[in-house]
Design a protein around this ligand. Structure first.
Ligand code: NAD
Ligand code: LMR
Length: 329
């Protein structure tokens, strides 16, 4: 049977993450090796030509699953019939810009995009916000889309999750495939909390295998939380291929499910679980099945973890207050 193509919209398509992402989507890695896709590329007007260049290269790959590419600078066109929206394009922080300025500039992007999703996307639309500050940008887009179920708006913390997997594997002399049930809590920012207390390494409790709270507090957590800045320092540009890879992982898990006995981290609207105020888009451990995610319940949160989750959640609350003050939500 011929499958109906899935419409995937990528914003910021001419940017560096866009370049690392589009070819993987078109090759079937986002949704599955048997799922045809149509791509919609949204860019600002001056970057349309660059997006056209990328589209030419996509054509030149002759991907069997790629059934069309549209390029536009109009969010209403870009999100028309969209099933999966990857909101990558954002305003980067520039010199002299305060956090409030950044939130305001991004409000100008994510509010109209949220409205366009509300008015034009397919009923089953799933949204992943990658553009920073990702959690609060997702909140802005979600607030502008009251007709779309709130849980369809998610923010990316899978890159942090993947970073934490590798750091823990290195510390324990294992491979990432040996590690399960790791969690990123909170904001995709330096306050995030990578939690290994429920994780396992080859079936054994990771915190017990590590048995080194100093390493956890002074090495592992800051290394993961500040990895984005370390990449910028080393590369002279922010992470791109690893960010695109995490976006692929996030959507693939959401659509195709998580492995039995394991979970992933996603920034999702809180239902109040683990004391995270309802509605904040915060990272949680989730399992996915049949295109839906569920927060893993019943985890015991020790004092060490509680303080760190609370600190990151406090930052998210402050961001929410700031965008509320700007009339963005
Ligand atoms: N959540 C994460 O883990 C994570 C990881 C890496 C990067 N990021 C963030 O992802 C974003 C994109 O990163 P990048 O390296 O691709 O940046 P980039 O500057 O290379 O590309 C961004 C693109 O977005 C476009 N853009 C700007 N405003 C737009 C709008 N209104 N509509 C459509 N497109 C628009 C720009 O023209 C540009 O081509 C940044 O905000 C970055 O901080 C997030
Ligand atoms: O840290 C950044 O500013 C970029 C990105 O969010 C990352 O985590 O690599």
């Amino acid at each position: 049977m011929t499958r109906t193509p899935v419409n995937v919209t990528v914003t910021g398509a001419a940017g560096q993450i866009g370049y690392a992402l589009l070819f993987r989507i078109a090759s079937g890695q986002l949704l599955g090796a048997d799922v045809p896709v149509k791509l919609r590329l949204l860019e600002i007007t001056p970057a349309l030509k660059a997006a056209e260049g990328t589209a030419m290269e996509l054509d030149d790959c002759a991907f069997p699953l790629l059934q069309g590419i549209d390029i536009t600078d109009d969010p209403n066109v870009a999100f028309d019939g969209t099933n999966v929206g990857l909101l990558v394009g954002a305003r980067p922080r520039t010199k002299g810009m305060e956090r409030g300025d950044l939130l305001e500039a991004n409000g100008g992007i994510f509010k109209p995009q949220g409205k366009a999703i509300n008015d034009h996307a397919a009923d089953d639309v799933k949204v992943l916000v990658v553009g920073n500050p990702a959690n609060t940008n997702a909140l802005i887009a979600q607030a502008a889309a009251p007709d779309v179920p709130a849980e369809r708006f998610t923010a990316m913390t899978r890159l942090d999750h993947n970073r934490a997997l590798t750091q823990l594997a290195k510390k324990t002399g294992s491979t990432v495939a040996d590690i399960k049930r790791l969690t990123i809590w909170g904001n995709h920012s330096a306050t995030q909390y990578p939690d290994i207390f429920h994780a396992t390494v080859a079936g054994k409790n990771a915190a017990e295998v590590v048995n080194d709270e100093k390493w956890l507090a002074e090495d592992f957590i800051p290394t993961v939380a500040k990895r984005g800045a370390a990449i910028i320092e080393a590369r002279g540009a922010s992470s791109a291929a690893s960010a695109a890879n995490a976006a692929i992982d996030h959507v693939y898990s959401w659509v195709n499910g998580t492995a039995d006995g394991d979970w992933v981290s996603m920034g999702i609207p809180s239902d109040g679980s683990y004391g995270v105020p309802e509605g904040l888009i915060s990272s949680f451990p989730v399992t996915c099945k049949d295109g839906k995610y569920e927060i893993v319940q019943g985890l015991e949160i020790n004092e060490f973890s509680r303080a760190r989750i609370d600190a990151s959640v406090k930052e998210l609350e402050e961001e929410r207050e700031a965008v509320r003050g700007l009339g963005l939500i």
